[in-house]
Design a protein around this ligand. Structure first.
Ligand code: IMP
Length: 200
């Protein structure tokens, strides 16, 4: 059975395929947005990760007739009352400018002491079937934000995020280590029972 992951990001597609294989889920072929006829993609305007993930999955299932998975993720910073949150990708005002977004958060935290620099990466993942059955889950990856960027792996805020129990930033973890621990990995694994149920 084909299941659409509403993304063009090859890393996200690869990660979901690896998780399905590792957990022994058979009978599901994950396809990306580039493998289905194009349809209008609405901007992410909901105030929650779950709302955005559900909107994207609903649109994708309706447009393609396939069961669809979508995710929405970001960084929540305690000292910023949970922001940038759903605005993580455009915190500096320019969508997808990872460098500017990271610099802005670092600047905002300049005077915040080390014991109040808690943060978490959050990922909501939704699965919606063409018949309208909906499942939405949330994975969280807690940690702290350091003052200087370190590491060259990953993207976004990875160079300043040190996961709980680690001394390295998430940009210093190798991709397999990050997949095993990350918010996205956690959310996708929580979605597996609902995915598996599609094949029964
Ligand atoms: P989206 O879920 O693809 O819309 O990503 C939202 C934004 O959250 C990204 O542009 C990054 O700024 C941030 N983000 C989400 N996941 C990660 C991660 O694993 N590492 C670093 N930044 C992330």
């Amino acid at each position: 059975m084909k299941v659409l992951l509403a993304s063009r990001n090859a890393k996200k597609l690869g990660e979901l395929r690896r998780i399905l294989a590792a957990e022994g889920v058979d009978g599901i072929e994950i396809v990306g947005l580039d493998e289905v006829p194009s349809f209008p993609e609405a901007p992410e305007t909901e105030p929650t990760f779950e709302g955005n993930a559900l909107d994207k999955a609903r649109d994708a299932a309706l447009a393609t007739g396939l069961p669809a998975i979508a995710d929405d993720s970001g960084l929540t910073v305690e000292a910023l009352n949970g922001m940038p949150g759903v605005l993580s990708a455009r915190w500096s005002g320019k969508h997808g400018d990872d460098q500017a977004n990271l610099e802005l958060v670092l600047g905002q935290l300049t005077d915040v002491p080390d014991d109040r620099r808690g943060a978490a990466f959050v990922c909501a993942a939704a699965l919606v079937t063409p018949a309208g059955q909906e499942t939405v889950v949330r994975g969280e990856w807690p940690g702290v934000l350091v003052r200087e960027r370190r590491g060259a792996n990953g993207f976004g805020y990875d160079p300043i995020f040190v996961p709980a129990g680690e001394t390295r930033t998430s940009a210093e973890l190798d991709p397999a280590e990050k997949d095993a621990a990350s918010h996205r990995g956690r959310a996708l694994r929580l979605l597996l029972p609902a995915l598996q149920a599609l094949t029964q």
